[in-house]
Design a protein around this ligand. Structure first.
Ligand code: GMT
Length: 375
C-alpha cells in the first residue's frame, strides 16, 4: 500500500511510534510517505521505500503565527494526490486529524483518501480535555475513518470524555526485540558510576505530567540508603526547576542531566532501574523500552501503565505522588539481587512476548486493509 504518516517530529512518544511504524511498514514492502514539519529523528539515515515531505511554513504579515493546521492540510492533499496515497495515518489528534479531514475534503471527488487516527494520550487527556479544544477534538475523532488508541485505558478515557460511538481499536506501542535488547557495555557504565553504585534512569520530555520532581525525590530516598546515581535523559520546561531542587538537596554530583539523546538503548543497558512516576501515562513507551533492555520499572499505576508493567514481576506501581513507597519499592528491588534478576528476566520476556513489533504491525496492516476495502 501507499501510506502517508503524519506526526510531530519533536522528542516525544507519538513521533517515535509513528517513525518506527513507518520504518517497519517500509521493510515489509509498503511505500511510506512521512509528512512532518521536520525530519523525525529516527529517519536520519536512508531506507528504501521511505519518503519525506516537509510541511512548509506559511508566513504573511497578517498572520501572527504560521497557520500550521492549514499548511499541514495543504501538504497532505498535495502528497496524497501526487503520490496516490491509499491511507493517511495521523498520529496525535490535534492538529493532524483536522488537517487530514480538510485534505480529504479538498481532494473530493477526484481522489478518495482514507484517514486513520491514532490517539496517543495527551491529545485526549490534556489537549483534548481543555474546554477550548474539546469540541474540535471530538470532531476530529468522529471524522476519522478509523481510530486506534495505544491502550485500553486511553480507549476508555476517550469514550468516557467524548461520549462517542465509533469503534476504537487498541494497538499497543511496540519494540523491535532484535534492536531493543540489553547491550554489554562496562566502559559506558564506568562513565557514570562506580562498581558499587546502582544506576537509576528516567527518560522523558520533562513536562509537568512526568512529575520530574518525584523522580528526584524517589532517587533521594534511595541515595540516602545506598550508593547510587540518577541519569536524567531529555529536556523540557521542568528542567530548570529540577536542577534547582537537585542543588538544594545537595545531590548535584549524583544526578546527571544528560539532555536529549537519540539512542537510549545504550543508556538503558547500563541502568538498574527505570523511574516513571507520571501523573498520567496512556501507555509509557519509555517503560516498555526499559523492560526490553532488562530494566524493571518503578512508577505510578496511572492510565495505561498497569497494562504494560506487571506488578512485582516487571516493576512496581503505586498511586500518583506516593513518592515514599516508590522509594521503598526501588530500594527493595535494588538491594535484593535475586528479586532484581527475577524482574530483569521477566521484564525482557514480557516485552518480547506481548509487545513485539510483528504483532502490532499485523494489526495496523489489517486495519488499513479493512478501511481501504470499506468504500
Ligand atoms: O510522553 C509524552 O509526553 C509524549 C507523548 C506524545 O504523544 O508524544 O507520549 C504519549 O504517547 C506515547 C506513544 O504512544 C505513549 O507511550 C505515552 O504514554 C504518551 N504520554 C502520555 O500519555 C503522557
Amino acid at each position: 500500500m501507499k501510506i502517508g504518516i503524519a506526526c510531530h517530529s519533536v522528542y516525544g512518544g507519538s513521533g517515535v511510534v509513528a517513525s518506527e511504524l513507518g520504518l517497519a511498514l517500509a521493510r515489509r514492502g509498503h511505500e511510506v510517505h512521512f509528512i512532518s514539519n521536520s525530519l523525525p529523528f529516527k529517519l536520519e539515515s536512508y531506507q528504501s521505500h521511505i519518503y519525506f515531505h516537509e510541511i512548509e511554513q506559511l508566513s504573511y504579515p497578517l498572520f501572527k503565527n504560521d497557520p500550521f493546521t492549514l499548511s499541514t492540510a495543504v501538504k497532505m492533499a498535495e502528497v496524497a494526490e501526487y503520490e496516490n496515497l491509499d491511507i493517511l495515518h495521523v498520529h496525535y489528534a490535534i492538529p493532524f486529524a483536522i488537517s487530514a479531514y480538510l485534505a480529504k475534503q479538498m481532494l473530493q471527488p477526484r481522489r478518495r483518501i482514507k484517514v486513520v487516527t491514532t490517539l496517543h494520550g495527551t491529545d485526549i487527556t490534556i489537549v483534548g480535555s481543555d474546554t477550548s479544544y474539546f469540541d474540535i477534538t471530538r470532531f476530529a475523532i468522529e471524522k476519522s475513518d478509523a481510530l486506534t488508541a495505544v491502550s485500553n485505558s486511553l480507549r476508555d478515557a476517550t469514550y468516557a470524555n467524548f461520549k462517542i460511538e465509533k469503534e476504537i481499536r487498541v494497538i499497543y506501542n511496540f519494540i523491535d526485540p532484535n534492536r531493543y535488547k540489553r547491550e554489554f557495555c562496562p566502559d559506558r557504565r564506568r562513565d557514570f558510576a562506580r562498581e558499587d553504585e546502582k544506576i537509576l534512569i528516567h527518560i522523558s520530555n520533562f513536562r509537568p505530567v512526568k512529575r520530574l520532581e518525584d523522580v528526584i525525590r524517589i532517587f533521594h530516598h534511595v541515595r540516602r540508603q545506598i550508593p547510587a546515581k540518577l541519569i536524567l535523559v531529555g529536556d523540557g520546561p521542568d528542567r530548570w526547576h529540577s536542577q534547582q531542587l537537585v542543588k538544594n538537596m545537595g545531590i548535584q554530583k549524583d544526578v546527571i542531566f544528560l539532555g536529549k539523546q537519540n539512542c537510549v538503548i545504550g543508556l538503558l543497558s547500563i541502568s538498574d532501574l527505570f523511574l516513571l512516576p507520571s501523573e498520567s501515562e496512556s501507555f509509557g513507551l519509555a517503560a516498555l523500552e526499559a523492560n526490553a533492555c532488562e530494566t524493571p520499572v518503578v512508577g505510578t499505576n496511572s492510565g495505561g501503565l498497569p497494562e504494560v508493567i506487571r506488578q512485582e514481576e516487571t516493576g512496581m506501581l503505586r498511586p500518583i505522588r506516593d513518592v515514599k513507597n516508590m522509594g521503598k519499592d526501588s530500594l527493595r528491588i535494588l538491594t535484593d539481587p535475586d528479586l532484581h534478576q527475577y524482574m530483569r528476566d521477566a521484564s525482557r520476556r514480557r516485552a518480547v512476548e506481548h509487545f513485539s513489533e510483528d504483532a502490532m504491525l499485523q494489526s495496523y496492516e489489517s486495519l488499513y486493509q479493512k478501511v481501504f476495502d470499506n468504500d
